[in-house]
Unconditional design. Structure first.
Ligand code: HEM
Length: 173
C-alpha cells in the first residue's frame, strides 16, 4: 500500500521535470527572496577581515619558503599526491584484515606505516582546511607529533612484541 502511494507521489512529481517553467518560477521566487534577505553592503563590510575566506595570491611565509611550496617549485604534483593517498587507503582494505591472520615484523611494519601515513595525511588535510588559518603553527605541531608517533611505533615493533601481536593480546584480555 505504501509502495503504491510512493509511486503515485512520483507520478505527481513528474510534471515538475516535464515543465521547466515551474523551475523558472522557482528561480524568480528564489531571486526575490535572495533580494529580501540579502546582506546589505553595510553589514557585509562589518565582517572582520580575519574571518573572510582567503583567495590568494598568498605571501609565502617561512614554512612555505622552507618547503618550497607555492613558488612553482613543488616537489610533487597535487594530483600525484592525491593518487598515492588513495592507493594507500585502498591497500589498507587488504592490510587491516590481513593482520587478523598473519602476524610478524613485515605485517607489523605495513600496518603501522599505512595507518600512520593515512592518519597523518588525513589530519594534515583537516589542519590545512580548517585550523591553519586560525592557528598557523598547527602544521609544525602536527609534524612533530607524527615524527614522535613514527619513532615510538618503530621502537615498539623492533623492541617489543609488535603492533599485530599487541592487538591480539589486548583482544584476548
Ligand atoms: C581500511 C581502512 C580505511 C580506508 C579504506 C580509509 C579511506 C579513507 C579515504 C578514502 C579518505 C579520504 C576521504 C576524502 O578525502 O573525502 C579518508 C580520510 C581520512 N581517514 Fe581514512 N580510511 C581507513 C582507515 C582509517 C584509519 C584507521 C584512520 C585513523 C588513523 C583514518 C583516518 C582518516 C582521517 C583523519 C581522514 C581525513 C578525514 C577528513 O578529511 O575529513 N582512516 N580515509
Amino acid at each position: 500500500m505504501s509502495a503504491l502511494s510512493l509511486l503515485r507521489a512520483c507520478r505527481g512529481a513528474r510534471h515538475l521535470i516535464a515543465r521547466p517553467s515551474i523551475f523558472n518560477q522557482t528561480l524568480i521566487k528564489t531571486d526575490v527572496s535572495a533580494k529580501m534577505f540579502s546582506v546589505t553592503p553595510a553589514v557585509a563590510m562589518q565582517t572582520p577581515e580575519y574571518f573572510k575566506a582567503r583567495r590568494g595570491p598568498f605571501t609565502p611565509d617561512l614554512f612555505h619558503i622552507l618547503t618550497a611550496e607555492k613558488q612553482g617549485d613543488h616537489k610533487m604534483m597535487a594530483s600525484t599526491h592525491w593518487k598515492i593517498e588513495r592507493i594507500l587507503a585502498v591497500s589498507m582494505l587488504g592490510i587491516l584484515p590481513a593482520c587478523l591472520f598473519v602476524q610478524g615484523p613485515v605485517v607489523d611494519f605495513a600496518l603501522s606505516m599505512s595507518v600512520l601515513m593515512h592518519g597523518f595525511w588525513g589530519v594534515d588535510g583537516v589542519c590545512t582546511d580548517y585550523i591553519e588559518k586560525f592557528f598557523p603553527p598547527i602544521h609544525f605541531i602536527w609534524y612533530c607529533v607524527t615524527i614522535a608517533a613514527i619513532a615510538s611505533i618503530l621502537y615498539f615493533n623492533y623492541n617489543d612484541v609488535g603492533v599485530t601481536k599487541a592487538i591480539s593480546m589486548i583482544w584476548k584480555l
